[in-house]
Design a protein around this ligand. Structure first.
Ligand code: AMP
Length: 603
């Protein structure tokens, strides 16, 4: 298939702001796209060449794209950079530069989807000496056979900046319209919800089957192929595939023990909620693979966990759900997530890092065992099976602490015990509930203490390094004292996203996803002083910040420092003078000490 077909789709999608129209356009494409390029096309439409769970990245720097444009068009560096500046987007710059060039030469080859796709994938695989030249060459080659419009989208794809409105939600809806539209009596000139009301049950059934097929396989082209060839029955026949991660089940939040029971029934299971990160464990024969909740593979980063699974869980094939919690090497006490987060991205010194930042794997569910799917098996039964397979070895691998009760007093005691052990809170789980991949469900809910946050003003920042060099990446925070002076209280670099990831919107109800780019753009005009990598900014931007603890500190002018500050959201509704006061900080600090001494007495 010619790349032009996809480009036409992108252009049509860009020309309408209406969701239903977009869905129709995507649906029409899914109906007619040749089977052989479905997989590539669906990924490309979402701006990627690897599935979301594949950790490979295209990794092409903008400056290499500039070089490739020079090679492909014969323009010199300053001409390319001038065009980039003028258009503000390298894709647009590519379109214009190729346009100029094409007036002078004839296009010789047509760009087809398979070639484009495999060449972009190759970019990710290039490593070692000569990489830069090879990358530039590959991209230049694509550009020489591209039309100006194609060049625009090739560049945006390569820079992982293609945003044409094709996310998981729209793809799923497009599939309903394309393959079940007739059966359901859907028509494009009617409101979606009006149509759904006519045939609600069937509509829900179709939507549910598509969603489930996708949540289990994470392969949209497979789902489309099934729907195309065998309709609903074929979709329903899709099941778990070992070594392909399935989406994890997510929890809703409750504010009290009472509400926990209301949601999950009496009796229900109450479990320790550890503050670590989720690991989905797959095993078949001798093979073991680990995935994060975002479905990234992290097997290499956790050789210790692989060992525990091999040595302490019985069974030939299984999929387990777990939380890996970090703990202090000496005191053996649990540590907050931030302290072990770095293990996830680690590429070198892995063995040593595993020793320095050990984790305890807390298993809490089993989704598949010896060839059998357990998603519809009641939770209590899954838990019994899990417990029968695992040797509990504290600070290595355990089945998570659980209490089955119908008494609020008992649950309350258990909750306190969990907090005292350094955990985040508890989970409530309905005993006879299924496991629902990808869903935020009401039969598994979390309860943690009300989060303390402060509204603080950004008064300084620091330019980042490496990948983050063009962004401000560490932010100095301040509260305000009785005289109206801003007093520094710490530096924050977490809770901010690298990139706006459209596919993940809606997955997590919390956090608004402020990016480094966004913060940098807001702060740049406010810069009033520079010194090396550090800048001082006019106090204007207020942010809500979560922290683990307030500590006394001589480092900052407030006399306090926040431990593990993390951005919750921007507070555009607050003036800097309305930020948290030093007096509030002092009170919170005093309250914290009181809380601690009560906890100590209870020991
Ligand atoms: P949250 O991240 O606040 O939405 O809380 C849900 C997360 O808690 C899950 O995604 C798990 O990573 C984690 N978690 C910790 N302990 C448990 C547990 N016992 N059962 C389920 N999830 C747990």
């Amino acid at each position: 298939m010619k790349y032009q077909v996809l480009v036409d789709l992108y252009e049509s999608l860009g020309a309408t702001a209406k969701r239903l129209q977009k869905i129709q356009l995507i649906g029409d494409f899914l109906k007619t796209a040749p089977e052989g390029v479905l997989e590539e096309s669906i990924l490309l439409m979402q701006g990627r060449v690897f599935p979301s769970w594949d950790e490979r990245k295209i990794g092409m720097a903008a400056k290499l794209v500039v070089k490739a444009l020079q090679t492909a068009t014969g323009a010199d560096k300053s001409a390319v950079e001038w065009m980039w500046k003028k258009t503000g987007d390298l894709g647009d710059a590519a379109e214009q530069l190729i346009e100029k060039k094409k007036q002078a030469t004839l296009v010789t080859r047509e760009l087809d989807v398979k070639r484009l796709f495999s060449n972009i994938q190759k970019l990710a695989a290039l490593e070692g000496e000569g990489t830069v030249a090879a990358k530039v060459q590959l991209v230049a080659e694509l550009l020489t056979s591209a039309t100006p419009k194609e060049a625009k989208y090739v560049i945006r794809t390569i820079l992982e900046e293609l945003r044409v409105g094709v996310g998981e939600g729209n793809l799923r809806d497009a599939l309903v319209w394309a393959f079940f539209g007739k059966e359901l009596g859907l028509s494009y000139d009617r409101e979606e919800h009006a149509v759904a009301m006519d045939n609600k049950e069937k509509y829900q059934e179709v939507l549910g089957a598509i969603q489930q097929a996708y949540d289990l396989t994470n392969d949209f082209s497979l789902v489309v192929n099934k729907a195309r060839s065998g309709g609903l029955a074929a979709l329903k026949s899709l099941g778990i595939r070992i070594f392909t991660p399935l989406k994890v089940m997510l929890a809703l939040k409750v504010d009290s023990i009472e509400e926990g029971f209301e949601r999950c029934g009496k009796p229900c299971a109450v479990e320790f909620k550890l503050d670590g990160f989720r690991i989905q464990i797959h095993k078949e024969g001798k093979g073991i693979k680990l995935f994060t909740r975002r479905l990234e593979e992290v097997t290499a980063q956790f050789p210790d966990v692989v060992d525990y699974v091999r040595d302490h869980v019985r069974g030939k094939s299984f999929i387990l759900d777990s939380e890996a919690a970090g703990f202090d090497k000496k005191s053996k006490k649990y540590l907050p997530f931030q302290s072990i987060g770095q293990r996830i991205r680690r590429k070198y010194d892995i063995e040593q890092t595993a020793k320095d930042f050990p984790v305890e794997v807390n298993l809490f569910d089993i989704l598949y065992f010896e060839g059998r799917t357990l998603l519809h098996t009641p939770f209590a039964e899954r838990r019994r099976l899990l417990a029968s397979l695992v040797d509990n070895i504290p600070r290595k691998m355990v089945v998570v602490r659980q209490l089955v009760t119908e008494k609020e007093k008992e649950a309350e005691k258990f909750y306190k015990e969990s907090l005292k052990a350094g955990n985040e809170g508890v989970m409530f789980k309905t005993l006879d509930a299924p496991y629902k991949p990808g869903a935020r469900v009401g039969h598994m809910v979390k309860m943690k203490p009300v989060m303390e946050t402060l509204d603080l003003v950004i008064v300084g920042a620091e330019w980042g390094e490496g990948k983050r060099a063009q962004w401000l990446s560490s932010f100095t925070l301040a509260c305000i004292d009785g005289q109206g002076t801003f007093r520094e209280i710490g530096k924050m670099g977490t809770g901010i996203k690298e990139k706006e990831d459209l596919s993940e919107k809606g997955d997590d109800a919390e956090g608004e996803g402020v990016t480094f780019e966004q913060l940098t753009n807001e702060l740049k005009p406010l810069i009033i002083g520079k010194g090396g990598k550090e800048v001082t900014v006019r106090p204007k931007i207020v942010v809500e910040v979560h922290y683990e603890e307030i500590q006394k500190s001589p480092t900052y002018s407030s006399g306090f420092a926040l431990r593990f500050p993390r951005l919750v959201r921007l507070r555009a509704d607050r003036a800097p003078e309305e930020c948290s006061t030093l007096e509030m900080v002092e009170q919170l600090f005093a309250g914290q000490k009181k809380g601690k001494s009560i906890a100590e007495k209870e020991k």
